[in-house]
Design a binder for this molecule. Sequence first.
Ligand SMILES: Nc1ncnc2c1ncn2[C@@H]1O[C@H](COP(=O)(O)OP(=O)(O)OP(=O)(O)O)[C@@H](O)[C@H]1O
Ligand SMILES: [Mg+2]
Length: 338
Amino acid sequence: MARLWRVRHSDGRIGALKVSRSRDPDLLARAAREGRLQAALVHPNIVRALDVIDVDGTPGIVLELVEGGHTLEAELRAGSLPPERLERLVAGLLDGVEAAHRAGVIHRDLKPANVLLEAGAGEVWVPRLCDFGLARPEFEPPDAKMTRAGFILGSAAYMAPEQARDAGSVDARADIWSLGAMLYEMVAGVPAFEGDTLEQVLLRVTRAHYRPLDAVRPGVPARWEVAVEACLHVDPAMRVPDVATLREVWAGRTKWVSEGGGARRRSIPGVASPVVSHPPRSNAETFVAEGEPGPSVPPRAASVPPAPTARGVPRWGWAALVSVAVVGLVVAVWLRMG
Ligand SMILES: Nc1ncnc2c1ncn2[C@@H]1O[C@H](COP(=O)(O)OP(=O)(O)OP(=O)(O)O)[C@@H](O)[C@H]1O
Ligand SMILES: [Mg+2]
């Protein structure tokens, strides 16, 4: 949790000063690092950090002020997005995340509340990524303290399954999952992963258990549905590998095929019209947890790793055991008779 003030920097610029409410030394170290990481990212779809200053012993981040801005979360709560506006927002969102990834920064907390919408010319809203509090450089070794803080503070509904298990070791594909969850909500108007408790949400996330987009909002372009599915695979290796590919799939310029329930994927650049092959619908019973009310439409579980199969004793093993037993019996009888 942070407090924000409108401030004038000594260089004359108006900014937003973000100061953590916490006095926890780990979280304070995180705030200073957040400012440093964000300051290195200069892109129209990322809120620029101008400075990190000391505010009575607490690090404060001086950010570019996003005037008249509200969050994507507020925009989604206000109602469904018209397709043109949605396309523009998605384009800016993908550009911003791609820029962070190119700079080697994984955000790890992408969600509608962390996207500010800046009033642009006319009716246009420009998405600006903010809150790099959980971000980390891609090639940095995991930090246990950061990981713990990250798990507590990250938002489960947009968090990749592998991040829910171990936030410290995720790569940029965790952001791809979060983008998938955000795109789903932008198209459907409802979150992909909901539940009454944190446990329910996490259970659905770790199984990629969500209602198919075409069931929630019939008639959406197939390419949008394919793009969302291409992000929401439990196995990171099955997701679109990067934002550039996601952009192509979203636009229908690259065909993305998930076969055998997500066992294989391939992208074919340069395909003008999207030819889509969906993974087979899963059996709802398979993925609904015990005691959990199942959704009215069978959920789609993308690339859920197969349950570990019990390993039996091989056939030759049984033969060897029986032989040893028979030989033992014969020897015992022979000894008694002798
Ligand atoms: N540069 C900015 N300009 C204008 N408003 C901002 C800016 N940065 C953040 N905000 C506002 O402050 C809110 C919280 O910012 P941010 O997400 O960076 O902090 P946080 O650590 O997540 O705090 P919280 O837990 O309160 O959301 C944003 O949702 C947004 O409304
Ligand atoms: Mg935030």
